[in-house]
Every structure is written in structure tokens, then in C-alpha cells.
Design a protein around this ligand. Structure first.
Ligand SMILES: Nc1ncnc2c1ncn2[C@@H]1O[C@H](COP(=O)(O)OP(=O)(O)OP(=O)(O)O)[C@@H](O)[C@H]1O
Ligand SMILES: [Mg+2]
Length: 259
């Protein structure tokens, strides 16, 4: 959106290695515990600028805990999080939002008693560039025509698919450099799941960087640039969007998914 696209890197491409994508986010050896429960165990991952990176895995694998640890909602037990080359480990959520990390949380968490427009405006509440935020509101209405149509309606009256669009648009109103989504397809009919995934592909075309947490593994593998398969808090496999059928079947076995 109004954010600059050039990036500052901690380390440039290695000499002679050709252009390598810039890591916007790097998670190194992250472990997060809730008391005795080790929810995330020694997880390392990287999100390159302009790409869709997916974290896939079954219930309880630790996906939301990874996002929470990045966003500062949960304090990591050990390990590091770097965003645009800066060590942001254990930063407050407000700091992460200000730095340009946006999270669309599991379950959407909209302000149901407020209108669609007010939900969107609240997304921009912490921004200082008010003129740009106003312009972004118009962009959101272009990107999500249904929200424009329903802008005066209470958010609590939206359908599941519309509410998910609003949750995504509200986070985009923070002008994130990195958009994190926690299971945006949850509870949506297949047609609406397709619509949400098409939207994410469209956002990537527009230059957004996306970190997507999903259980809908096989479908996400079709468009993600990079995927990490998580199980019991650990990264079990890494895969690319152009994985072969054999690799997909292996992944399917890992995920225990029956499609
Ligand atoms: N606040 C908490 N206190 C204690 N344990 C927790 C807490 N949050 C999550 N856990 C546990 O940590 C593990 C990982 O949970 P997490 O929510 O990260 O998984 P997930 O992959 O997001 O699952 P889902 O797909 O069901 O959302 C689970 O065993 C869960 O029970
Ligand atoms: Mg979760």
C-alpha cells in the first residue's frame, strides 16, 4: 500500500550467488512453552519478501503459537525473531504492528457492534499517516467490493465469507509489510475458501508478503512459494509450490490429510 517496497537487509546476497530473495522475517531455533507444554520446538523458518510462505499442520501442531511468538502475543522461551534485519524477539504486539507486521487472527475477532467502515478505520488507528490511511480505505473498497456495499452495516451481520474479508481488510489497514493470516479458510464453504485463496494470490501479485497458517494443506501447496509442515511443534518438512506428485503424497502422509 503506502509502504515503501525497498528493503533493508541484514545480509545481502552472497557474492556470485545471483539475486536471492530478501528475507523479511527470519525465525531461528524458536521454542515456546506454556508451562510444561512445549508447543513450538526449535523451529526455524524464513519468509521472503514478495512471497507466500505457508505453515501447514494439524490441530495443536503449534501454528498459532508461532504466529503469537512472532507478534509478541506469547513470549518465546528461546530462539530469535528478526524482522527486516532487526532483532524483534519478545517485542510488544504494538511494536510489531508499528514495524509493519499485521495479523489476521484465528476466529476474525471483529467489532461486531461497529459498522464495516468503523472496523476498517480502527485498523488504521495507530497510523500517523492519516491521509494515506484514508486513501487505503478507498483501496480496500476497491479490493473488496462487498465491503463497500456493506460499509454502513454492522460487522456482526456479515456472512462468514464477508466477515473473513473484513478481517483481512482491517489488518491491511495497518499497512503491513508482512501480512500474517491464521487459518483464514476455517469455517468457510469450499467456494469461499477458493475466494479467500484467490484474494491472497492477488495480494501477492500486488507485492504483498504473506505468511499463511492453514490446515487446508494440499490446496495451499498449489500456490504457496514455500511451505513448512509442522507437527508436534516441529518442522517436519519443507516444500515448494511446485512439488511433484510424489512429494505431495509424502506431505499428505505427514499431515494425515485425506483429500
Ligand atoms: N495459552 C495456552 N496455554 C497452554 N497451552 C496452550 C495454550 N495455547 C496453546 N496451547 C497448546 O499448545 C499446543 C499448540 O497449540 P496451537 O494453538 O499453537 O496449535 P495450532 O497448530 O494453532 O492448532 P489449531 O489448528 O487447532 O489452531 C497445543 O497442544 C495447545 O493445547
Ligand atoms: Mg491455531
Amino acid at each position: 500500500m503506502q509502504r515503501e517496497t525497498e528493503s533493508s537487509t541484514r545480509e545481502g546476497p552472497a557474492p556470485g550467488a545471483g539475486p536471492s530473495p530478501t528475507a523479511l522475517l527470519e525465525v531461528d531455533h524458536l521454542t515456546t512453552r506454556y508451562g510444561p507444554i512445549e508447543a513450538v520446538r526449535d523451529v526455524s523458518l524464513r519468509v521472503n519478501e514478495g512471497e507466500i510462505t505457508a505453515i501447514l499442520g494439524p490441530n495443536g501442531a503449534g501454528k498459532s503459537t508461532i504466529l503469537g511468538s512472532i507478534m509478541g502475543l506469547v513470549r518465546p522461551t528461546s530462539g530469535k525473531v528478526h524482522f527486516v534485519g532487526r532483532d524483534v524477539t519478545g517485542s510488544e504486539p504494538e511494536t510489531m504492528v508499528r514495524m509493519g507486521v499485521g495479523l489476521v487472527p484465528e476466529g476474525r475477532r471483529l467489532f461486531k457492534e461497529l459498522t464495516v467502515s468503523d472496523n476498517l478505520r480502527l485498523g488504521a488507528a495507530t497510523r500517523k499517516d492519516k491521509d494515506a490511511a484514508k486513501k487505503d480505505l478507498e483501496t480496500m473498497f476497491e479490493l473488496f467490493p462487498i465491503l463497500k456495499e456493506r460499509r454502513g452495516q454492522l460487522a456482526g451481520l456479515l456472512s462468514g465469507g464477508e466477515a473473513q474479508q473484513l478481517a483481512i481488510a482491517r489488518t491491511m489497514m495497518t499497512a503491513p509489510r508482512l501480512l500474517c493470516l491464521d487459518e483464514p479458510s476455517l469455517g468457510l464453504a469450499p467456494r469461499l475458501v477458493d475466494a479467500v485463496f484467490d484474494l491472497l494470490k492477488d495480494l501477492r501479485q500486488r507485492g504483498y508478503t504473506i505468511l499463511l497458517v492453514e490446515q487446508n494443506a494440499l490446496q495451499v501447496l498449489e500456490f504457496a512459494d514455500h511451505a513448512y509442515v509442522l507437527r508436534n511443534g516441529r518442522v517436519q518438512m519443507e516444500a515448494k509450490g511446485d512439488s511433484t506428485q510424489d512429494e505431495r503424497e509424502l506431505l499428505q502422509a505427514y499431515l494425515g490429510v485425506k483429500d
